[in-house]
Design a protein around this ligand. Sequence first.
Ligand SMILES: *Cc1c(COP(=O)(O)O)cnc(C)c1O
Length: 374
Amino acid sequence: MNYTELAPAYVRGIAPYQPGKPISEVARELGLAEKDIIKLASNENPLGCGEKAKAAMRKAIEEAHLYPDGSAYELKAALAKKWQVPIEAIVIGNGSNDLLDYVAMAYLAPGVSAVYGQHCFAVYPITTQARGATGIKVPAKAYGNDLDAMLAAIRADTRVLFLANPNNPTGTFTPYPEIHAFLKKVPENVIVVLDEAYNEFLPHALRIDTTAWLKEFPNLVLTRTFCKIYGLAGLRCGYMLANPQVCDMVNRVRAPFNVNSIALAAAVAALGDDEFVTRTFENNRLGMQQLVDGVTALGLQHIPSFGNFVTVDVGNGPAVFNALLKRGVIVRPIVGYELPKHVRVTVGLPHENARFLAALREALAEVAQASMKD
Ligand SMILES: *Cc1c(COP(=O)(O)O)cnc(C)c1O
């Protein structure tokens, strides 16, 4: 029996998600000590997570033998209060990734399509293909989402449109007035998933409260996460805000206990920890400037970023990635996102950013020398 062939063709056709390399793996492969390796590859919070979240986790351990609250009532109540939305308009996910999958499970199937941008988050094509639906990839404009082209790409069979703002891995941001005008033009039978994983990193001057749009656009799904600015990536927790009818459909396909009790407790505490969020925001603002200044000084172009990472044109992404790896610095090659010349680097602590920049200078020299020998 061939168990590959037993799977539907659309599952066999999925290009697996390639995560950032874990520190332990790099240590094993290159014979380096874990403490000498820095990871700036997965947009994790370099400050760790907040003390309030940690205290909540410790407390929650005592009840780890009990199933979690499958309705996630406490977290939903806190979010309902924060965003002034009804409880029925919220679903909690095992990371916001989970929610992207559930929207796809609820609305995609063979014979229908989903629209997304060229350099989009890898999960959109994966989850679309996993349902046997057709993915429609729309060419980027200046590395960002081309909203007019995305609108034009919508077909009669389109059910979902995925749009990350800011976008990962490019860091590009479409100003909110443009998104609003776009939402007005999208047919009401197309669910727009506005993925706001990096929302909390936006400069204050650019921010608006997109949750206010939920009343105006019943086809809008907002996704947010506790894995980025809140620093809870390892726990996996995110949320979506949407029309209660959409939430109802998502809840029908959701695993009954999809979010664990420790993550739920930590997320409630993290939501109330403004000091930690502000500290992370400031570290990111300063670190972004440090990285941008540093790569510019090395003569490199970068894509201006509104997230907690920056994508830099290093000429040969995989080669520079490998040369950095040898120096104990893990970044993200993004060939799979159709950006073979770039690497994506997450904003770290000041000394980590400095170490990346020093290693990058050496890596560029090494790669240039190797290509001269060819
Ligand atoms: C990181 C990220 C997510 C969410 O990840 P979770 O850890 O599953 O919450 C979603 N969308 C984008 C664009 C991301 O970069």
